[in-house]
Design a protein around this ligand. Structure first.
Ligand code: HAM
Length: 431
């Protein structure tokens, strides 16, 4: 049957067992971040459009052409967040946290929206797992967030990832670097399209975001941000490198890394996986010492990163967690109450397991058919086939105070006293 409705272009459904992998990755993220004092922040998807223009930057691709922006019924311009850092900073200021004790450690997990051309690993609705650390001016902040990031990535099974690292310096660096970059590119810009011409005039750094081969060629031999760093930024960067080496975090300098958002100062970084076809970044981040103040708060330095969860899970060597599954089959409607009691007992004997009662009380035959169909779907549901059990509850069992348990993978069947249920199922799990 051809479906009448389809998901919107660039969006998709997450089904089991993939959703189990996502939940598992998010569980590990929460645990890792929480253990280092980070608290979860949830900001709205909708923000005032001006917030992103002001923070991410008017001339960035994100703000210029990728935002889902609309007027609400009162004519306010609203945008579905294309990223979460701006919203976090807005919330921190609005809720009085920017004037409170520092450092402030926050993380978030949630959907973001960008009107990009969908391709492998690139969606219009995608999810980010992000971290923001506010109030720490020194390189210890870089070390903390990157160490935590690597702890998370290693817990997901990654071994060979490395950070690409650069410094974009201060606001003054940006200006002098921008001018030098423009001077380098102008004589090579004859073939540029309208958009890249605009970048060249308004914000030459943004040319680094261009995929156009002509622009890439024009950038060859271009000046590097490093050549324009002020003394303080240079010292900061050297110290960051020293601390990362000290913490055993693999990194490599990437002098052409500038990142596609305007709020960065000094440290910027990305992690790229070769397993992602298009060589897209799994994650990106950096320091943004001027953003809190530019959004109307006090002067508070900050740093953070956001992982693209869709891309992360595409390449993460993380299996869906396996859970034992039990179907309790009452033979007739009179057996349902007893079946429900047994299901409760099994749930407490099999923490993390999945126990359901055949509420239709279809009897053994149809009940088994139902259990078998669950069994057939086992791969789809990420359930360990060896841990799938059916438990029969009928008149005979009730009279004898016993239960009959069938292991679906092998068809083995056993009847034993009900009092032994918890112990036996616990043991069955070990097998
Ligand atoms: P970003 O580099 O724009 O940075 O995005 C971070 C990550 O989100 C990317 O590396 C990528 O994995 C993922 N991502 C971006 N666009 C898409 C898409 N269309 N489809 C799938 N995944 C995508 C930020 O958003 C900054 N807020 C990061 C940050 C936090 N900097 C400081 N704090």
């Amino acid at each position: 049957m051809t479906p009448r409705y389809r998901s919107v272009k660039g969006t998709r459904d997450l089904l089991p067992p993939e959703s189990d992998r996502w939940n598992e990755a998010e569980r590990i993220a929460r645990e890792t971040f929480r253990s280092r004092g980070y608290g979860e922040i949830r900001t709205p998807v909708l923000e005032e459009t001006a917030l992103f223009a002001r923070s991410v930057g008017e001339t960035t691709d994100i703000v210029h052409k990728e935002m889902y922006t609309f007027s609400d019924r009162k004519g306010r311009s609203l945008t579905m967040r294309p990223e979460n850092t701006a919203g976090v900073v807005r919330a921190v200021i609005e809720n009085g946290l920017a004037a409170g004790p520092m450092p402030l450690r926050l993380y978030y997990i949630g959907p973001q929206f960008r009107y990009e051309r969908p391709q492998a690993g690139r969606f219009r609705e995608f999810s980010q797992i992000g971290v923001e650390l506010l109030g720490v001016p020194g390189p210890a902040a870089e070390a903390e967030v990157l160490e935590m990031l690597f702890e998370f990535l290693r817990a997901l099974g990654f071994r060979a990832l490395s950070v690409s690292l650069n410094s974009v310096g201060s606001a003054a660096t940006r200006i002098s670097f921008g001018e030098a970059l423009r001077a380098h590119v102008v004589p090579r810009s004859a073939g540029f399209g309208e958009d890249d011409r605009r970048k060249l005039t308004e914000n030459p750094l943004r040319l680094f975001d261009s995929k156009d081969p002509g622009v890439r060629a024009a950038l060859e031999g271009a000046p590097r941000t490093m050549e324009f760093l002020d003394e303080e930024s240079r010292r900061h960067h050297d110290e960051v490198r020293r601390l990362l080496a000290d913490a055993g975090i693999p990194f490599a300098d990437d002098p052409s890394l500038v990142r596609g958002l305007d709020y960065y100062t000094r440290t910027v970084f990305e992690v790229v996986s070769e397993d992602l076809g298009a060589q897209d970044a799994i994650l990106g981040g950096g320091r943004y010492d001027g953003l809190v103040e530019s959004l109307g708060g006090p002067s508070v330095p900050a740093i953070g990163f956001a992982i693209g969860e869709d891309r992360l899970l595409e390449v993460a060597p993380l299996a869906a967690p396996q859970r034992p599954r039990v179907v309790v089959l009452p033979q007739s409607p009179e057996d349902v109450a007893e079946a429900s009691r047994i299901a409760r007992e099994i749930r407490s004997a099999l923490p993390g397991g999945c126990v359901e009662v055949d509420l239709g009380a279809h009897g053994i035959k149809r009940g088994m058919a139902r259990a078998s169909s669950l069994f057939d779907q086992a791969a789809w549901q990420g359930i360990d086939r060896n841990a799938m059990l059916a438990v029969f509850v009928g008149e005979r069992e009730r009279a004898a105070d016993s239960v009959t348990v069938k292991r679906l993978a092998t068809g083995e069947q056993e009847t034993f006293p009900r009092s032994e249920l918890a112990r036996r199922l616990g043991a069955a799990r070990e097998r």
